[in-house]
Write a new protein. Structure first.
Length: 323
C-alpha cells in the first residue's frame, strides 16, 4: 500500500522515490508557503491509511462561486501573520481530500473509451445520462468534478490552491500576495509530484465475492461504476463521466469548468474499504449510507437497493468490502 506500480521501469521507480520526497516536503513561509494555506505539505492532506491516501476527518471549505475564481471557491483555514483569514460564506460546502492511488492508470485510459461510455442521450434507456467533461476541446477526468486534465495539472493546482506555493509563469499558478519572488518552486518540482502520483499503485483487492458483485450489477450500480473501464483501469469501478446526482448532493457551486453543483464524476471504488468517509463531503460513514444518499441518475439504483432482501443487501455490501 502506497508503493510504486509493479509495471514501472527502474528509471520510473527512481522518479517515484524522488517525487515522494517532494510530496512529503514540509513548506515554510521562507520556502513559499502561503499567504493562505490548508497544510504545509501534500502528505498532510493525503496520509490515510498511508502517504498518498485520503485525510481522515479532514474537510476543505469550498464555494459558492464560478470557476476559475478559486479564491472564491476555496477557503483555506490558515493565513500567514499580516493576512486576514478568509471567511467562508454561510452556504459554503465541504470537500474531502481523495486518495490518489492508481491515478496514473486512470490517466492512461483513452479519451475515446471514456467518451463512448458516457451515454449523455441515454441511448440504452436506463435513466443514466453521464457526460464527458470537455473544456476547450480537451477531456478532463481528475477530481471530484472531473475538472483537471492530467495528473500534472492536478498536482500543480493542489500545490497552489492548498498551500499557495506558486509555480510556472501563468497568472493563475504563478502569482501570490506574499513577499517572496514568484514562481516559488520550479516547474521541475511539479514534474516530481506528478511522477509520484502517477506511480502510485492502486490498492489490491481483499478477495472476491461473486454473489455480491452480481447483486451490485443487478441493481444497476455498474451503469456508472464500471468494473473494467479499460485494460489500464481494471477493477477501478468508474466510468470517469459526470452524472447529475440530484439536489441533496448539490454543493451549490455555480459552475466548475463545466460541472454544475449537482454534477459529480463517478468515484473509482478501488480502495473503498480503506476509506473512513465517503461522498464528496464525507457525509457517509459507510457504503450503505453512501448508496442511500444517491439521487438524480443514481436514484434508480438506490431504489432497487432498498428493495433487496437483507441477505442480498449484506452480500452486496460484503462485495464492496473486497474493494
Amino acid at each position: 500500500m502506497g508503493g510504486p506500480r509493479s509495471d514501472l521501469s527502474s528509471e520510473a521507480r527512481a522518479r517515484f522515490a524522488q517525487g515522494r520526497r517532494a510530496f512529503t516536503k514540509a513548506f515554510t513561509p521562507r520556502a513559499g508557503l502561503g499567504p493562505y494555506y490548508e497544510e504545509t505539505s501534500c502528505a498532510a492532506c493525503h496520509f490515510t491509511p498511508v502517504v498518498g491516501g485520503a485525510a481522515a476527518g479532514r474537510l476543505l471549505l469550498v464555494g459558492p462561486g464560478p470557476a476559475p475564481d478559486y479564491e472564491t471557491l476555496h477557503y483555506p483555514i490558515h493565513a500567514l501573520p499580516g493576512f486576514p483569514t478568509r471567511r467562508a460564506p454561510p452556504d459554503a460546502t465541504r470537500s474531502r481530500p481523495r486518495p490518489l492511488f492508481g491515478l496514473g492508470l486512470i490517466e492512461e485510459v483513452p479519451e475515446a473509451v471514456i467518451v463512448a461510455g458516457c451515454d449523455p442521450d441515454d441511448r440504452d434507456h436506463d435513466g443514466v445520462r453521464g457526460r464527458p467533461l470537455l473544456v476547450d476541446g480537451r477531456l478532463s477526468r481528475f477530481g471530484s468534478k472531473a475538472h483537471e486534465y492530467s495528473v500534472r495539472d492536478f498536482a500543480q493546482n493542489a500545490l497552489y490552491d492548498d498551500m499557495n506555493v506558486t509555480s510556472g509563469e501563468s497568472e493563475f499558478f504563478g502569482v501570490d500576495a506574499d513577499a517572496l519572488p514568484d514562481p516559488e518552486v520550479p516547474e521541475a518540482f511539479i514534474d516530481q509530484l506528478a511522477d509520484y502520483v502517477r506511480g502510485l499503485a492502486p490498492p489490491s483487492r481483499a478477495g472476491v465475492h461473486p454473489e455480491g458483485e452480481a447483486v451490485f450489477a443487478r441493481v444497476g450500480c455498474t451503469a456508472c461504476h464500471r468494473p473494467d473501464l479499460a485494460p489500464t483501469a481494471r477493477g477501478a469501478y468508474t466510468d470517469l463521466c459526470l452524472h447529475d446526482m440530484g439536489p441533496d448532493l448539490d454543493n451549490h457551486v455555480v459552475v466548475d469548468k463545466g460541472a454544475r453543483g449537482r454534477d459529480w464524476r463517478t468515484a473509482p471504488l478501488w480502495g473503498l474499504r480503506l476509506q473512513t468517509s465517503l461522498l464528496h463531503d464525507g457525509r457517509a460513514a459507510t457504503a450503505d449510507e453512501a448508496i442511500r444518499a444517491h439521487g438524480g441518475e443514481g436514484a434508480g439504483a438506490r431504489a432497487r437497493y432498498l428493495t433487496l432482501s437483507q441477505i442480498e443487501r449484506s452480500s452486496l455490501l460484503a462485495f464492496l468490502q473486497t474493494l
